[in-house]
Every structure is written in structure tokens, then in C-alpha cells.
Design a protein around this ligand. Structure first.
Ligand SMILES: Nc1nc2c(ncn2[C@@H]2O[C@H](COP(=O)(O)OP(=O)(O)OP(=O)(O)O)[C@@H](O)[C@H]2O)c(=O)[nH]1
Ligand SMILES: [Mg+2]
Length: 194
């Protein structure tokens, strides 16, 4: 069984991403308000393997104390020695590197420790909201923004060797059944031994 911890700002599509993987609407989602308030585990079994995927409350929802409370909840209920990857979710269709995103990366590092980024994957959601012709460049730009910032923050926390970048990058659109990143079945990525 491989275990994944899904984190990111509120509304970026963490729960929707989990629903896409599990194939059912197991996790509640909301268009208009911050939705997930507790840590929730979802298991998924199919012929490609078993996974457990952990949904978490979105960060940068309200004030920083609310984020710290959510991160304490994650720390208390997740066994980090059993986590195969931290899946950091962000929207592909944003162009500016927002202060909320920076705050989220800061707080994740402060509360969960810089080492967590060594086993981090990056998932971009809302990919279909970016015109097809600009999707590739948008992916490169957003990935660099995020990776550069993670590198800066983790170096402040003394991560050595420095952050090497995300191990796996996925680009998806949760409203469409076809994965935009080369239509790779997501389960094959999540269950593959690496
Ligand atoms: N177009 C599009 N909409 C999406 C995508 N992913 C999620 N959404 C929509 O965005 C809204 C928020 O999605 P959620 O899955 O609830 O987001 P979340 O990150 O779990 O939010 P919190 O639980 O508040 O942290 C919902 O209306 C989803 O239908 C996507 O890839 N493309
Ligand atoms: Mg959610």
C-alpha cells in the first residue's frame, strides 16, 4: 500500500483530484467556500495496486492561525514515516505567484519540516482552463516559480543537500476524465515502484 498526503491552498482542487483518482465522489468539494475541514483517508484498490490518499484542509483560507491549526491537525494524525509522497497541489491557470502560495509553502515547511519536500510531487489542476497552445509554457513557468520558492524557504531551514525539485509532476483537469498530461492513467503513476 502506497500512501500519499495531499496538500495545498483552499480551492485548488485537492478533494476533486482525489475523487478523480478514486473514481467516485468520495470527498466533498465546493465551488464557493473552503470545504475540507478535517483530515480524511481514502483507499483505492484496483488491478494496478492499492493506495491510500489523505485529503487535508486547504491552507491560506483565512488567517495564518487557522493554517497553523490545520497543520497541527495534519502533524498529529499523519505518520510521516509511512508517507510515500507529499502531493502539493496548485492551479495551472494562475499567472502570478501569489502571496497565499508563498505563505502556504512557508507554513508547510515550518510545521512539517523542510525534509518533507524531498519526497514531494507537484500536481497542477485546472489545466483545461489554460489554452492548449500555452499549457506547456504555463507548466514550465508555474513549476519554476514554485520550485524556486521551495528552494529558498528550505535553504533557510538548512535543508542539505538543497531541494532538488519535484520528483513527479502531474498536470490534470479534474472536471475532465482525460488526463491532460499525456493521458497517463493516474493509478499507474501512483502504484508504480520507484
Ligand atoms: N475547471 C476545473 N475545476 C476544478 C478542478 N479541480 C477542482 N475544480 C473545482 O474547484 C472547486 C474547488 O474544488 P475542491 O476539490 O473542493 O478544492 P479543495 O482544494 O479540496 O478545497 P478545500 O477543501 O477548501 O481545501 C470545485 O468547484 C471543483 O469542481 C479542475 O481541475 N478544473
Ligand atoms: Mg477539499
Amino acid at each position: 500500500m502506497r500512501n500519499f498526503l495531499v496538500v495545498g491552498r483552499t480551492g485548488v482542487g485537492k478533494s476533486s483530484f482525489i475523487n478523480s483518482i478514486v473514481g467516485n465522489n468520495v470527498a466533498s468539494t465546493s465551488r464557493y467556500e473552503a470545504c475540507t475541514k478535517f483530515i480524511q483517508n481514502y483507499t483505492c484498490r484496483n488491478n494496478l495496486g492499492d493506495i491510500c490518499i489523505i485529503d487535508t484542509p486547504g491552507l491560506a483560507e483565512d488567517d495564518i492561525e487557522c493554517d497553523r491549526k490545520y497543520l497541527e491537525m495534519i502533524k498529529d494524525s499523519v505518520d510521516f514515516t509511512k508517507i510515500d509522497a507529499l502531493i502539493y497541489v496548485s492551479r495551472l491557470d494562475e499567472t502570478r505567484f501569489r502571496p497565499e502560495e508563498k505563505q502556504t509553502i512557508y507554513l508547510l515547511t515550518e510545521k512539517l519540516g523542510a525534509l518533507i519536500w524531498n519526497k514531494a510531487w507537484l500536481t497542477f489542476t485546472f489545466a483545461a482552463s489554460v489554452p492548449k497552445e500555452s499549457r506547456h509554457i504555463a507548466t514550465i513557468n508555474r513549476k519554476e516559480q514554485i520550485e524556486n520558492f521551495v528552494r529558498i524557504v528550505t535553504s533557510e531551514y538548512g535543508l542539505n543537500p538543497p531541494f532538488q525539485g519535484f520528483k513527479i509532476k502531474l498536470r490534470v483537469d479534474n472536471t475532465s476524465k482525460t488526463w491532460t498530461s499525456k493521458s497517463i492513467p493516474i493509478m499507474s503513476v501512483l502504484t508504480k515502484d520507484r
